[in-house]
Design a protein around this ligand. Sequence first.
Ligand code: IPM
Ligand code: MG
Length: 367
Amino acid sequence: MRFQISVLPGDGIGPEVTTEAIRVLETVGQKFGHTFELTEDLVGGISIDKHGTALRPETAEMCRRSHALLFGAVGGPKWDDPESNVRPEDGLLAIRKAMGLWANLRPVKVYKFLENAGPLKPEIVRGVDIMVLRELTGGLYFAKPKKRWNTSRGRRGVDTLKYEEREIERILRAGFELARGRKKKLTSVDKANVLETSRLWRQIAIELSPEYPDIAIDHMLVDNCAMQLVQNPRKFDVIVSENTFGDILSDEAAVLAGSMGMLPSASLSGVPDASGRRRARGMYEPVHGSAPDIAGQGKANPLAAILSTGLMLRYSLGLIQEADCIERAVDQVLKNGIYTPDLTEPGKPSIDTSKMGKTVAEAVLGN
Ligand code: IPM
Ligand code: MG
């Protein structure tokens, strides 16, 4: 089959890890007989430097027209001035909005060999396998009014937390569907003891649950969820939450995995199913940022970008076998003890970004 894929490598280590993701993607194409037509463009700081904006309308249009988008990372100290009215992150928010990517999937899986890598005790994180599902185009991030101004009593700022019923319903349904393909547990996170939007959220969740009798749903306040994520993370299967809570909880959950360099993500415009029959347009990016401190040194771990490519095959292209093949290849490489510096104990040997990409590509051909 033939697929059109947009590629926005972005800033910092974005281009390095994206190169390796593409290497693996092309190897999959070769092995299974698919053609991936890639079109690359600028996003983030590099786009600000060249075009004065973090995302040009024609770039957004190109992404909208393709089957899926591979995204690297954006940002860096060069573009950090809070007084500036253009920011690399605007490119990310704009693409989410332009492609209608309302469902953000952030799987957090603790690999056996990484049980000791993070700050939590291995017996706490062992076997953790969580899907954080974050609403991505509503809430505090986008609702109006959103501004800063001067008043006679000093400066004032406002952001707005607003949700429409249909926005809440579709993300909750996505949560139920995802739980169905996993351990059938859904934790709906809110702050219903304080926020009206959360009370609406909880009400809709309760109304929908009879349609999913096979799913055990529980409702958890976000502060309690933050605590339980580090106290007893194994109890979670799918966590569904609004935009800002999901932003915070997904960073917290990422710590469980030991290294940010392992975590992929998918941002979708619809709800795919596990069989691959129903697909959704989406953007795929590593959870880690642009890491300007290590950019250009070959130290970055490309596995998050490579695993994101796997999610793309699974959710947007319906290529399930191919996605499984990538995940198997990554497992094999790690089992063989081949690591990038972020996964290696001090003093032990490691390989660089492109060697890791090549090693995974070989494992794809061999498995
Ligand atoms: C994320 C990031 C972004 C967000 C920033 C960079 C705008 O933190 O993807 O989690 O807050 O959504
Ligand atoms: Mg974040």
